[in-house]
Write a protein that binds this ligand. Structure first.
Ligand code: CA
Length: 229
């Protein structure tokens, strides 16, 4: 059973979310204090976190940042103000999605399911999928989500890893930015296709010997990108 942590100080909202999620087969814990919520998120093994922005003692921005230092599970931010959405985007906290209050519980459940499914797909939990990809000096270990360049570990963000893994798992195929955004970030996610360009550039800086003359991720002008093996 998938485990979800709700960090939300408004009890009625938290309980409504919990009830709907439980009906849908999830196991749910609630924490009302920001700092205690963070502690619990770090201590327990959750599959997804629903995080309110305005919380006592520690806000959702700070909590998201702290969780991201250690875990790459999906985080759904809940905000009461439309203005916060820009802030969530701008800070690049690594939140996977956001929902503004008020929202329907059905919408929440749908988003939760979509993010869990995508996370599983991208982290290679599917049966029969190869756990390790080796291309010349590059090694991608899907199970531990680590990347090595000539035996030396390369630190990637969650989305950089997801993007690289997706491309390397489907080599020699050209993908448009739209396709990549859809596959890696998902339709409802924060950001737009410019995000793809930014992530490709950062990936190249990290894995390519000469980023301007890449040997792994090639630009196909006017079409998109291709990972070459
Ligand atoms: Ca709140």
């Amino acid at each position: 059973m998938k485990r979800i942590l709700i960090i939300e100080d408004e009890v009625t909202i938290a309980e409504l979310q919990r009830d709907y999620l439980e009906i849908n087969g999830f196991s749910v814990d609630i924490q009302q204090q920001g700092d205690i919520g963070l502690q619990q998120a770090k201590k327990e093994k959750y599959d997804l976190i629903i995080l309110d922005l305005m919380l006592p003692r520690m806000d959702g921005f700070e909590i998201c940042k702290e969780i991201r230092k250690e875990q790459d599970i999906p985080i759904l931010m809940i905000s009461a103000k439309k203005e916060d959405v820009d802030k969530i985007r701008g800070l690049g906290l690594g939140a996977d999605d956001y929902i503004t209050k008020p929202f329907s519980p059905g919408e929440l459940v749908a988003r939760v399911k979509a993010h869990l499914a995508r996370y599983e797909r991208l982290s290679g939990n599917n049966k029969g999928e190869k756990e390790e990809i080796k291309v010349r000096g590059l090694t991608i270990d899907k199970s531990s989500r680590r990347v090595y360049m000539n035996e030396k570990e390369v630190t990637l963000t969650t989305k950089e890893f997801d993007l690289l893994t997706f491309l390397a798992s489907n080599p020699n195929r050209v993908y448009t930015k739209e396709e990549l955004f859809d596959k890696v970030w998902g339709m409802d996610s924060i950001g737009d296709i410019a995000t793809v360009t930014v992530h490709i550039r950062k990936l190249r800086e990290k894995i390519e010997l000469v980023p301007s003359n890449p040997q792994y991720i090639h630009t196909i002008w006017g079409v998109g990108y291709r990972f070459e093996i």
